[in-house]
Write a protein that binds this ligand. Structure first.
Ligand code: SF4
Length: 379
């Protein structure tokens, strides 16, 4: 019988698991990284950091797909709207992320940029406006990439194409594990991503790096269960992957979604804002579907202009890899707020700076604020 989600939000259970984690404790200081904007939001909202023992630290990695999208890809989307005259369909989170110019600025300069909630919605625009070229700026990890794949495979109209900025997580973890200055004792893996892919793509990572990994869901108890598994493995010196989210993550994942991605895309290298180019983390449109590949379809004159990953004073590139906390940034909460964001981490609903700003570290356990800013995400 399915277990209702409320159980994983129950304050009594939350206190019990937090107490177990405190007593279970770690025999040494441990640092775990999550790579999921939804995890950061849930952790900040529930005030989970305030429940952890001092010896246990959880830091945010590059888990916000909008944030890791490099400026040159945003620039390309803006140029498609402004120079090629196409309709650019984008998720709401992407609109204000800075590039050379943001998509919001491109819209104010006359670009036809429309916010959609799904790839299917962008296809609908193309069907209803056969005289216009419609390009979906496709951003997101595996959870979103499979929906873009489904749209590509469902015989979209000829005037529909995608600008793929999708990213894959497992090879990015390998890059993080080897990064200088980052001493990580384990990884909390995003449950919704592994519900799509299954745990198998992480076998290589565990084998190569010997790090503990735990898949966790997004309710407070789910996250504590995942952390407890990580503490236990780290203290025992074990590597492995524990599935602490079995109600959603199963061996093999969603086979239809995995197959759709394999048919719609090929794997390539991709640049991440703040991390540089990581081999095997990009999804390019499969050559068989080239007529729906905006990169192939539209030849723009001149090169896309490179701009720095960070605006002056913004530490997003360091925040996204756990080398800085939002509070380390002198602009945090003063010059840079959700209303006046200076970097992608404050723009996106999945950005670390935005979550910390909405729910300061000492926030109440269980969360009391109404969350209305989760729409338009692209995980
Ligand atoms: S607070 Fe703003 S300026 Fe500072 S790192 Fe975060 S997004 Fe960048």
């Amino acid at each position: 019988m399915p277990v209702p989600d409320e159980i994983f939000r129950d304050p009594v259970r939350l206190a019990k698991f937090a107490d177990r984690l405190l007593r279970h404790g770690s025999t040494r200081a441990l640092v775990f990284m999550h790579v999921c904007g939804t995890h950061e939001h849930a952790i900040a909202r529930a005030g989970l950091r305030s429940l952890l023992p001092d010896s246990l630290r959880i830091i945010a990695g590059p888990g916000c797909p909008v944030c890791v999208c490099p400026p040159e890809e945003i620039d390309l989307a803006a140029r498609l709207a402004l120079e090629a005259g196409v309709v650019v369909a984008t998720f709401g989170d992407m609109l204000r992320v800075p590039g050379r110019i943001s998509l919001a600025e491109a819209r104010s300069r006359g670009g036809d940029i429309r916010v959609v909630a799904s790839a299917a919605a962008a296809v609908e625009i193309a069907r209803h406006e056969p005289g216009r070229e419609v390009v979906l700026f496709a951003v997101g990890f595996e959870t979103t990439a499979c929906t873009t794949a489904a749209a590509l495979l469902a015989h979209p109209p000829d005037n529909f194409s995608i600008l793929s900025a999708h990213r894959l997580i497992p090879p990015a973890l390998e890059a993080l594990a080897g990064m200088e200055g980052l001493a990580l004792d384990g990884f909390l893996l995003p449950g919704h991503v592994l519900a799509v892919t299954g745990p198998e793509p992480y076998d290589r990572f565990v084998r190569l790096t010997g790090r503990p990994c735990a898949v966790a869901g997004f309710e407070p108890v789910d996250i504590l269960l995942g952390l407890e598994s990580l503490v236990r493995m780290a203290n025992a010196g074990e590597a492995g992957l524990v599935n602490a989210y079995p109600r959603a993550v199963r061996p093999g994942g969603n086979s239809r979604a995995v197959e759709a991605m394999a048919r719609a895309f090929t794997v390539g290298d991709a640049r991440w804002r703040g991390l540089g180019t990581i081999p095997g983390t990009g999804l390019d449109v499969h050559p068989e579907r080239q007529r729906h590949d905006a990169r192939h379809r539209f030849a723009l004159a001149g090169e896309t202009i490179a701009v720095p990953d960070d605006a002056p004073g913004c530490l997003c590139s360091r925040v996204m890899i756990g080398l800085a906390e939002p509070e380390d940034c002198s602009l945090f909460g003063t010059v840079c707020t959700p209303e006046t964001p200076h970097g992608p981490c404050m723009v996106s609903a999945e950005g670390t700076c935005r979550s910390r700003h909405l729910y300061p570290a000492a926030g109440s356990v269980g969360g009391t604020r109404t969350v209305t800013d989760r729409e338009g995400g692209a995980s």
